[in-house]
Design a protein around this ligand. Structure first.
Ligand code: URA
Length: 214
Protein backbone atom coordinates (compact mmCIF):
# COMPACT_ATOMS: atom_id res chain seq x y z
CA UNK A 1 0.00 0.00 0.00
CA UNK A 2 1.41 3.44 -0.95
CA UNK A 3 1.64 5.60 2.15
CA UNK A 4 0.67 9.31 2.03
CA UNK A 5 3.18 12.12 2.54
CA UNK A 6 3.74 12.54 6.24
CA UNK A 7 6.19 13.13 9.05
CA UNK A 8 8.85 10.40 9.35
CA UNK A 9 7.69 6.85 9.98
CA UNK A 10 10.64 5.21 11.75
CA UNK A 11 10.75 1.43 11.92
CA UNK A 12 13.38 0.57 14.52
CA UNK A 13 15.16 -2.34 12.89
CA UNK A 14 17.68 -2.86 15.70
CA UNK A 15 18.24 -6.61 16.24
CA UNK A 16 17.23 -6.40 19.91
CA UNK A 17 13.91 -4.82 18.96
CA UNK A 18 13.20 -7.43 16.31
CA UNK A 19 14.21 -10.28 18.63
CA UNK A 20 12.01 -9.11 21.51
CA UNK A 21 9.10 -8.50 19.16
CA UNK A 22 9.30 -12.07 17.86
CA UNK A 23 9.30 -13.43 21.43
CA UNK A 24 6.25 -11.32 22.28
CA UNK A 25 4.25 -12.31 19.24
CA UNK A 26 4.39 -16.04 20.07
CA UNK A 27 1.03 -17.19 21.36
CA UNK A 28 2.72 -19.28 24.03
CA UNK A 29 4.39 -16.22 25.65
CA UNK A 30 2.98 -15.91 29.16
CA UNK A 31 1.38 -12.74 30.52
CA UNK A 32 4.53 -12.06 32.54
CA UNK A 33 6.83 -12.56 29.57
CA UNK A 34 4.63 -10.42 27.33
CA UNK A 35 4.56 -7.60 29.90
CA UNK A 36 8.31 -7.73 30.44
CA UNK A 37 9.07 -7.78 26.70
CA UNK A 38 6.72 -4.87 26.04
CA UNK A 39 8.50 -2.89 28.73
CA UNK A 40 11.92 -3.72 27.24
CA UNK A 41 10.69 -2.77 23.76
CA UNK A 42 9.34 0.47 25.23
CA UNK A 43 12.82 1.43 26.40
CA UNK A 44 14.31 0.80 22.96
CA UNK A 45 11.49 2.58 21.11
CA UNK A 46 11.54 5.44 23.61
CA UNK A 47 15.27 5.87 23.03
CA UNK A 48 14.54 6.34 19.33
CA UNK A 49 11.51 8.59 19.90
CA UNK A 50 13.66 10.93 21.99
CA UNK A 51 16.65 10.91 19.67
CA UNK A 52 16.17 14.57 18.70
CA UNK A 53 15.56 16.07 22.15
CA UNK A 54 17.32 19.42 22.26
CA UNK A 55 20.58 19.64 24.20
CA UNK A 56 22.43 22.50 25.81
CA UNK A 57 25.69 22.47 27.76
CA UNK A 58 26.59 22.93 31.41
CA UNK A 59 29.89 23.49 33.05
CA UNK A 60 30.82 20.52 35.28
CA UNK A 61 33.88 19.24 37.07
CA UNK A 62 34.93 15.61 36.69
CA UNK A 63 37.57 14.09 38.99
CA UNK A 64 40.04 14.96 36.20
CA UNK A 65 39.11 18.44 34.96
CA UNK A 66 36.44 21.02 34.19
CA UNK A 67 34.42 20.52 31.05
CA UNK A 68 31.39 21.79 29.20
CA UNK A 69 29.07 18.79 29.01
CA UNK A 70 25.79 18.20 27.12
CA UNK A 71 22.54 18.08 29.05
CA UNK A 72 18.87 18.08 28.02
CA UNK A 73 17.84 21.64 27.22
CA UNK A 74 14.90 21.57 29.56
CA UNK A 75 12.11 21.02 27.04
CA UNK A 76 9.71 19.10 29.25
CA UNK A 77 8.08 15.84 28.28
CA UNK A 78 4.63 14.41 28.71
CA UNK A 79 3.80 10.74 28.09
CA UNK A 80 0.23 9.90 27.19
CA UNK A 81 -0.70 6.21 27.10
CA UNK A 82 -3.94 5.33 25.37
CA UNK A 83 -5.73 3.09 27.86
CA UNK A 84 -5.43 0.36 28.41
CA UNK A 85 -2.65 -1.27 26.37
CA UNK A 86 -0.63 1.98 26.21
CA UNK A 87 0.08 1.52 29.92
CA UNK A 88 2.38 -1.34 28.97
CA UNK A 89 4.83 1.18 27.51
CA UNK A 90 4.56 3.82 30.23
CA UNK A 91 6.97 2.48 32.86
CA UNK A 92 9.67 2.13 30.21
CA UNK A 93 9.31 5.79 29.21
CA UNK A 94 9.35 6.89 32.85
CA UNK A 95 12.50 4.91 33.42
CA UNK A 96 14.14 6.99 30.68
CA UNK A 97 12.69 10.32 31.88
CA UNK A 98 11.50 9.97 35.49
CA UNK A 99 10.47 13.63 35.77
CA UNK A 100 8.07 13.57 32.81
CA UNK A 101 4.41 14.35 33.29
CA UNK A 102 1.80 11.74 32.43
CA UNK A 103 -1.60 12.17 30.81
CA UNK A 104 -4.12 9.39 30.15
CA UNK A 105 -6.64 8.95 27.37
CA UNK A 106 -9.29 6.26 27.66
CA UNK A 107 -10.76 5.02 24.41
CA UNK A 108 -12.49 1.77 23.68
CA UNK A 109 -13.25 0.42 20.29
CA UNK A 110 -16.88 -0.10 19.26
CA UNK A 111 -16.49 -3.60 17.87
CA UNK A 112 -19.17 -3.02 15.23
CA UNK A 113 -18.13 0.34 13.79
CA UNK A 114 -14.44 0.02 14.85
CA UNK A 115 -14.75 3.70 15.86
CA UNK A 116 -13.12 4.87 19.12
CA UNK A 117 -15.37 5.92 21.98
CA UNK A 118 -13.88 8.32 24.54
CA UNK A 119 -14.42 7.53 28.21
CA UNK A 120 -11.54 9.31 29.97
CA UNK A 121 -9.03 12.10 29.45
CA UNK A 122 -6.72 13.79 31.91
CA UNK A 123 -3.62 15.64 30.74
CA UNK A 124 -1.35 18.17 32.45
CA UNK A 125 -1.64 21.88 31.76
CA UNK A 126 0.88 23.59 29.49
CA UNK A 127 1.10 20.86 26.85
CA UNK A 128 1.99 23.57 24.33
CA UNK A 129 5.39 23.88 26.08
CA UNK A 130 6.07 20.14 26.23
CA UNK A 131 7.00 17.36 23.87
CA UNK A 132 4.11 14.92 24.05
CA UNK A 133 4.72 11.25 23.35
CA UNK A 134 1.56 9.22 22.83
CA UNK A 135 1.81 5.48 23.54
CA UNK A 136 -0.23 2.67 22.05
CA UNK A 137 1.27 -0.73 21.20
CA UNK A 138 -1.05 -1.35 18.23
CA UNK A 139 -1.79 1.01 15.30
CA UNK A 140 -4.52 -1.10 13.68
CA UNK A 141 -7.26 0.89 11.94
CA UNK A 142 -5.56 4.06 13.22
CA UNK A 143 -8.89 5.42 14.45
CA UNK A 144 -7.96 5.47 18.16
CA UNK A 145 -4.60 7.13 17.56
CA UNK A 146 -6.21 9.73 15.28
CA UNK A 147 -8.83 10.51 17.93
CA UNK A 148 -6.32 10.58 20.82
CA UNK A 149 -3.99 12.95 19.02
CA UNK A 150 -6.90 15.18 18.02
CA UNK A 151 -7.80 15.35 21.72
CA UNK A 152 -4.30 16.30 22.84
CA UNK A 153 -3.99 18.87 20.03
CA UNK A 154 -7.23 20.42 21.30
CA UNK A 155 -5.61 20.44 24.77
CA UNK A 156 -2.74 22.51 23.32
CA UNK A 157 -0.05 19.98 22.36
CA UNK A 158 1.99 20.97 19.33
CA UNK A 159 5.14 18.86 19.34
CA UNK A 160 3.80 15.31 19.34
CA UNK A 161 5.15 11.83 18.54
CA UNK A 162 3.37 8.48 18.48
CA UNK A 163 5.15 5.34 19.69
CA UNK A 164 3.61 1.98 18.72
CA UNK A 165 4.97 -1.53 18.54
CA UNK A 166 3.09 -2.82 15.51
CA UNK A 167 1.23 -1.04 12.73
CA UNK A 168 -0.94 -2.16 9.84
CA UNK A 169 -0.39 -0.29 6.56
CA UNK A 170 -4.06 0.78 6.69
CA UNK A 171 -3.52 2.34 10.13
CA UNK A 172 -0.43 4.24 9.04
CA UNK A 173 -2.27 5.58 6.01
CA UNK A 174 -5.28 6.75 8.07
CA UNK A 175 -3.01 8.23 10.73
CA UNK A 176 -0.76 10.11 8.29
CA UNK A 177 -3.73 11.63 6.47
CA UNK A 178 -5.20 12.91 9.74
CA UNK A 179 -1.94 14.01 11.43
CA UNK A 180 0.79 14.49 8.81
CA UNK A 181 2.79 16.53 11.36
CA UNK A 182 3.21 13.68 13.88
CA UNK A 183 6.21 11.34 13.54
CA UNK A 184 5.62 7.65 14.15
CA UNK A 185 8.08 5.30 15.83
CA UNK A 186 7.41 1.58 15.37
CA UNK A 187 9.01 -1.82 15.76
CA UNK A 188 7.37 -3.28 12.63
CA UNK A 189 4.78 -2.80 9.92
CA UNK A 190 2.72 -5.96 9.49
CA UNK A 191 0.87 -7.32 6.49
CA UNK A 192 -2.74 -6.23 6.91
CA UNK A 193 -5.86 -5.90 9.05
CA UNK A 194 -8.33 -8.74 9.23
CA UNK A 195 -12.11 -8.32 8.87
CA UNK A 196 -12.50 -7.39 12.55
CA UNK A 197 -9.71 -4.84 12.55
CA UNK A 198 -6.94 -6.94 14.11
CA UNK A 199 -3.38 -6.81 12.81
CA UNK A 200 -2.18 -9.92 10.94
CA UNK A 201 0.11 -11.62 11.78
CA UNK A 202 0.20 -9.21 14.75
CA UNK A 203 0.27 -10.42 18.32
CA UNK A 204 -3.42 -10.64 19.20
CA UNK A 205 -5.13 -8.30 21.65
CA UNK A 206 -2.34 -6.34 23.31
CA UNK A 207 -4.49 -5.30 26.29
CA UNK A 208 -5.62 -8.85 27.01
CA UNK A 209 -2.11 -10.21 26.65
CA UNK A 210 -0.66 -7.48 28.87
CA UNK A 211 -3.21 -7.86 31.66
CA UNK A 212 -4.09 -11.55 31.26
CA UNK A 213 -7.76 -10.81 30.75
CA UNK A 214 -8.60 -13.49 28.22
N1 URA B 1 -5.68 -3.91 19.08
C1 URA B 1 -4.96 -4.98 19.48
O1 URA B 1 -4.69 -5.14 20.66
N2 URA B 1 -4.55 -5.86 18.54
C2 URA B 1 -4.82 -5.72 17.24
O2 URA B 1 -4.40 -6.55 16.42
C3 URA B 1 -5.59 -4.59 16.85
C4 URA B 1 -6.00 -3.71 17.79
Amino acid sequence: MALPECAPVTVVDHPLVQHKLTLMRRKEASTGEFRQLLRELGILLGYEAMRDLPLTTVQITTPMSDMKAPILAGKKLCFVPILRAGNGLLDAMLELVPSARVGQIGLFRDEETLQPQKYFMKVPRGLDKRITIVLDPMLATGNSAVAAIQMIKEAGAKDIRLVCVLAAPEGISTFCKAHPDVPLILAAIDERLNEIGYIVPGLGDAGDRLFGTK
